[in-house]
Design a protein around this ligand. Structure first.
Ligand code: PLP
Length: 323
């Protein structure tokens, strides 16, 4: 631990995580209203700040982190940024393993926050990075693995944190909750909290149409960063799921751009995907249905990705010289 902070639990950034606002979005011409939880307003810009705070605070309280510990995680980006922010602010060293495919913006933020970044070639197989992180931890006892894919705190935190916040902010019954899954923590935790209070609520998984594993289809590449890493995560196994909605990468980007321009919400591709799926669920349930979803991260994280391809200047047509 650096000498910067005597008590890691007093890091000021910790008090900024969670308790995000809920926006009520009226969609015309669809004629439905969605409740959208603004997770992109967390301090590092994504829902993953919650996991980082909960796991690291727990580790400090249980004395699992020592002054020379190095926080280690394999991540598709947002968890890496969140752990880098919370971990370094608490005074610890952080090492992040990330697929070479992750956006340049994510890499820069991790480095800027003071963490060490190791890129691995995934060839679509996220498990490669997870295996590498386990091997590193086996070789060097200083590494502390946050284990986002197995850690029960991931689900518990969303059940008692995000899920309860949604229940409070929805002010009354909820008919459906729609979200994508990476580790499955958000969907399982929020799903459990909502089902407990409203057993008839439908908990729906958003899946990239190119990789609808819950729908029994084969993995293929998609552009919805942060979700669907090519396998069904363990944490999703006891999630109270009622079905899934497939959203293509193109649909996700179109909806994300609509959220930017029509609502002024600068969110990332997966937020577009969540909203596109939630909109379909709300249309199926009827105009009075109360459907909640999540806006997971910020648009600025995607400048170099296809989400912003529509901003690129188009090649000008050469004018043909008149004879
Ligand atoms: C960008 C992004 N990060 C994280 C998550 C949640 O992931 P997890 O299943 O790991 O809780 C989502 C889910 O929609 C997401 O879109």
């Amino acid at each position: 631990m650096s000498a910067r902070l005597k008590d890691p639990l007093k890091a000021p950034v910790l008090s900024l995580v969670g308790n995000t606002p809920m926006a009520s979005l009226r969609f015309n011409p669809e004629g439905v209203t969605l409740l959208a939880k603004c997770e992109f307003l967390n301090p590092s810009g994504s829902i993953k700040d919650r996991l980082a705070k909960t796991v690291l605070v727990d580790a400090v309280k249980r004395r699992l982190l020592r002054p020379d510990s190095i926080i280690l995680e394999c991540t598709s980006g947002n968890t890496g940024i969140a752990l880098s922010m919370v971990g370094t602010a608490m005074g610890f060293s952080v090492t992040i393993l990330m697929s070479e495919g992750a956006s340049e913006e994510r890499r820069r933020l991790i480095r800027r926050l003071g963490a060490r970044l190791i890129l691995f070639k995934s060839a679509g197989r996220y498990q490669t990075g997870i295996k590498a992180s386990l091997e590193m931890a086996a070789r060097d006892p200083r590494y502390f693995l946050t284990r986002q894919f197995d850690n029960p705190l991931n689900v518990a935190d969303h059940e008692h944190g995000t899920g309860r916040e949604i229940l409070r902010q929805a002010k009354g019954s909820i008919d459906a909750f729609v979200a994508g899954y990476g580790t499955g923590g958000t969907l399982a935790g929020c799903g459990k909290a909502i089902k407990k209070q409203w057993p008839k609520a439908r908990i729906i998984a958003m899946e990239p149409a190119e990789q609808a594993l819950l729908a029994g289809e084969c993995p293929c590449c998609h552009y919805i960063e942060g979700v669907a890493d090519g396998f069904i995560p363990r944490l999703l196994q006891d999630a109270p799921l009622d079905g899934e909605q497939k959203v293509s990468s193109a649909e996700a980007m179109t909806m994300a751009r609509r959220l930017h321009r029509e609502f002024g919400l600068l969110v990332g591709t997966s937020s577009g995907a969540n909203v596109a799926a939630a909109l379909r669920v709300a249309q199926e349930l009827g105009p009075k249905a109360k459907v909640a979803t999540l806006l997971c991260d910020r648009a600025e994280r995607y400048f170099s990705t296809p989400l912003f391809d529509d901003e690129k200047p188009r090649p000008r047509k050469r004018s043909v010289p008149r004879p």
